[in-house]
Write a protein that binds this ligand. Structure first.
Ligand code: BGC
Length: 785
């Protein structure tokens, strides 16, 4: 009998027993959304499906159809031939059959079956919560629901930064800011994985547009990758995500799934990722290069494995590389619910509560002249198709097709009584016109402009005209994938509420906000531009001939608007409340040695209005003087505080060394320089209530260190003394020795061109001895500081 998959030890034995062909089957999916099962080794197939806002019923049905076709072919003695499938595996066969069947069903007039799937708030709605707890709670519920359909792994969260507001998939992801991303995306991962379901942060990396999505070459500086596009992924790895999805796009000339620097050097060696990397569906353009780069699993399956077997046989693919992929896949399979069978219980009522809680936290009030909240004694007229049929999520793999949706119109009728609510027309009693407007967003295509749908714009114009004529008020609700152009309307309406796409409870919760059932506390997780031409990636988005240059570098989102002094329509971090808040006190510790302790920021915030509500205290850091170019300010801490009217509370936020660091290309390292920093505390990136200048201490990356030139060290007698003690020699005399090797140099030149390491190498010390000396010297330098 063959070894059965149980634990890590069993995997090593299985690797010894498996044939190359079996190994090849393990790294290529066995079906469009399953890994390959190998019952002889006790290896179950793992079921992976989209997405982070609910079950994608098209994929779900497609997978069932594929399994059915495969079983039928098997029974007929003519198994489907995987070698004939292209890079899309069995997916196109499944979707094609599904389409035919749907057409037949439509023709037969048979009623479609109910679609009882939950659609959770998509990334953009969760980004607006600025509340990791509710994001994590959504992760739990989503995992429980998906698991109830037999899903073992959720293809999300989408951790791609909001680089450009027109990106088709903007609505799937959380934010433009890497710090906020690093707090929210891991919360989703933790929630999902706590239920035993595997999470899959995607799409690694710099997958920021849909134009030419298969193979577009994104030219991104390493600094921008490190500071902007990577941190969310790294935070998910730190949170223990079991898998990561590589992207369709090329990164600096190499497709992500074939990019060894990205998948092996950064992800595994630098960040210590121990799970498996799955290709995006169809992104493994060349299978052998994919395996060699460290992309462990190619999806969708099944596709040919013969090329892998041949590559191992002819030596073009080292067996160890294939083994490493199999090992990584099996480690996760062994952990997964496919193996344990331990599926959590799912409770719909609880999941609806959690969705609603998240939506209340993420509902953004963009404008309010006092019109909102409406009292329940008023009469309202709804305009715009989205009042009754809001878009609940992005189209594409994140699409959730369901019968469970709510809408603002119905909820208003419930709260006010049907006689006080109309749609598309006003009555003599109508005093408030509510227009629900927006635009959709989808995988596969970017938006052309920031415009809302033409019929929505028309509906809004009608609402404004009628309200003006009747002396009524206009409330706008935005049901969109991201920012839309509000310039023509902003000054003519009384209030604007923005839930974006908000899942099945979005319509209900939007109406609840309008009628004061709760107090909105959402904050924009991206900058809302006044004009598209203000955006950082304007003219650098989409690209030509599949080439895109990220010319804005690290200046993404508010970093750009700050640097260029551009006034946005609404800044990053912005959102109003039905109550008011004041930041009444800010104290920041001064003179802290960041190498030893974080800097504590105490902020006192008071609810100065008459309703309970929540405010997000935001802490931004500015490096006053830096050896290299840095943004005007960067978000490095935030906390949401709920307060009763009149209540005041002091919260403490901690800024560790990372909050003061930037990625310094010259050293290829994150560095923080000791010196002055400004700590900016506010309620948006442009509403800064208090600013404190502090001095922080830490090891100076440019100061005396092991890599300083001997010339620099010679000026510091204390440093010379330390070095001499550790190496038991006179470092200055050593420099003289070095002169013998470079007789054409003056001692002065040599001092400045040689560091301690260089001098010791010249003296013949080996690596181990040098490292030991290095450590001792650095430790003594630390004490000297
Ligand atoms: C999308 C992924 C998705 C995958 C599987 C791809 O087209 O880019 O986000 O998870 O399909 O459906």
């Amino acid at each position: 009998m063959k070894t059965q998959l149980t634990d890590l030890n069993s995997i090593e034995k299985i690797l010894q027993e498996m044939t190359v062909e079996e190994k090849a089957r393990m790294v290529i999916g066995g079906a469009p959304f399953h890994t390959e099962a190998m019952p002889e080794y006790g290896i179950p197939a793992m079921y992976m499906l989209d997405s982070c806002n609910g079950l994608n019923s098209l994929e779900y049905a497609g997978e069932a159809v594929y399994q059915e076709l495969a079983a039928q072919a098997e029974a007929a003695g003519q198994p489907l031939d995987r070698e004939k499938n292209g890079y899309m595996g069995g997916l196109l066969i499944a979707l094609g059959t599904l389409k035919k069947r749907a057409a037949q069903q439509a023709q037969s007039g048979a009623a479609p079956s109910p679609k009882p799937f939950g659609c959770y708030p998509p990334g953009i709605a969760l980004g607006s919560t600025w509340n990791p707890e509710v994001v994590e709670a959504c992760g739990h519920e989503l995992a429980k629901e998906m698991s109830s359909y037999g899903i073992d792994m959720i293809l999300g969260p989408n951790v791609n930064i909001h680089r450009d507001p027109l990106c088709g998939r903007l609505g799937e992801s959380f934010t433009e800011d890497p710090y906020l991303m690093s707090q929210l995306a891991p919360a989703m991962v933790r929630g999902i994985q706590a239920e035993g379901v595997t999470a899959c942060p995607k799409h690694f990396a710099a997958n920021n547009q849909e134009k030419d999505r298969m193979g577009v070459n994104e030219h991104v500086s390493e600094r921008a990758l490190r500071e902007i596009y990577f941190p969310g992924f790294k935070a998910c790895v730190d949170a223990g995500c079991k898998t990561v999805m590589s992207a369709y796009n090329q990164l600096n000339g190499t497709p992500s799934a074939m990019n060894g620097w990205l998948l092996t050097d950064i992800l595994r060696k630098e960040w210590g990722f121990g799970g498996f990397v799955v290709s995006d569906w169809g992104a493994a353009y060349e299978q052998i290069a994919t395996i060699a780069a460290g992309n462990d699993l190619t999806m969708p399956g099944p596709r040919g494995i013969q090329c892998i077997v041949e590559a191992v046989e002819n030596g073009t693919l080292p067996l160890e590389k294939l083994d490493a992929c199999v090992r990584n896949v099996l480690k996760v399979v062994a952990w997964s619910t496919a193996m344990t069978g331990k599926r959590p219980a799912f409770d719909r009522a609880r999941s609806l509560e959690v969705m609603e809680e998240a939506l209340r936290e993420g509902m953004i009030l963009l404008k309010n002249d006092g019109t909102l909240p409406l009292t329940t004694g008023c009469d309202v007229a709804f305009y715009g198709k989205r009042s009754k049929a809001p878009t609940i999520c992005p189209a594409g793999s994140s699409n959730v097709s369901t019968d469970l949706t709510t809408n603002a119109y119905d909820r208003a009728a419930e709260l006010l009584g049907a006689g006080h609510v109309t749609f598309g027309e006003a009555t003599g009693r109508t005093n408030t016109w509510i227009a629900v407007v927006g635009c959709d967003g989808r995988e596969g295509a970017d938006r052309d402009s920031l415009a809302m749908d033409a019929d929505d714009a028309q509906a809004l114009e009608t609402a404004i005209a009628e309200a003006q004529a009747a002396g009524g008020k206009v409330v706008v609700v935005i049901n969109a994938t991201g920012p839309i152009d509000l310039n023509p309307y902003e000054g003519r309406v009384n209030a604007i509420l923005c839930p974006f796409f908000a899942g099945i409870q979005g319509g209900k919760v939007a109406a609840d906000a309008i009628f004061g059932q709760f107090n909105p506390s959402g904050k924009l997780a991206m900058t809302w531009p006044k004009h598209y031409y203000d955006c950082p990636s304007y003219k650098n988005f989409g690209g030509e001939k599949q080439e895109v240059w990220y010319g804005e570098g690290i200046y993404v989102g508010y970093r750009w608007y700050d640097a260029r002094h551009i006034e946005p329509a609404y800044p990053f971090g912005y959102g109003l409340s039905y109550t008011s808040f004041a930041i009444t006190g800010v104290s920041v510790e001064d003179g802290i040695n960041m190498d030893k302790a974080p800097v504590k920021v105490n902020v006192t915030v008071k609810n100065t209005g008459s309703l309970p509500g929540s405010e997000v205290v935001q802490v931004y850091v500015r490096d006053v003087e830096c050896a290299f170019d840095r943004p005007e300010k960067e978000l490095k801490g935030f906390q949401k505080v709920s307060l009763q009217p009149g209540e005041e509370r002091t919260v403490t936020l901690e800024l560790d060394k990372a909050a003061f660091s930037g990625y310094y290309m010259e050293f290829g390292e994150w560095i923080a320089q000791p010196g002055e920093f400004d700590i900016l505390v506010g309620t948006s990136s442009r509403d800064i209530a208090a600013e404190r200048r502090i001095t922080v201490r830490c090891k100076d990356p440019f100061g005396i260190s092991f890599r300083s030139s001997i010339g620099a060290i010679a000026k510091c007698p204390q440093a010379v003394e330390i070095i001499n003690r550790v190496i038991d020699e006179d470092i200055l005399a050593l420099a003289h020795v070095a002169l013998e090797f470079a007789p054409d140099k003056s001692l002065e030149e040599l001092w400045n061109g040689t560091n301690i390491q260089g001098a010791l190498v010249k003296k013949g010390w080996d690596g181990g001895r040098i490292t030991k000396a290095h450590q001792e010297i650095e430790a003594s330098f630390d004490e000297m500081r």
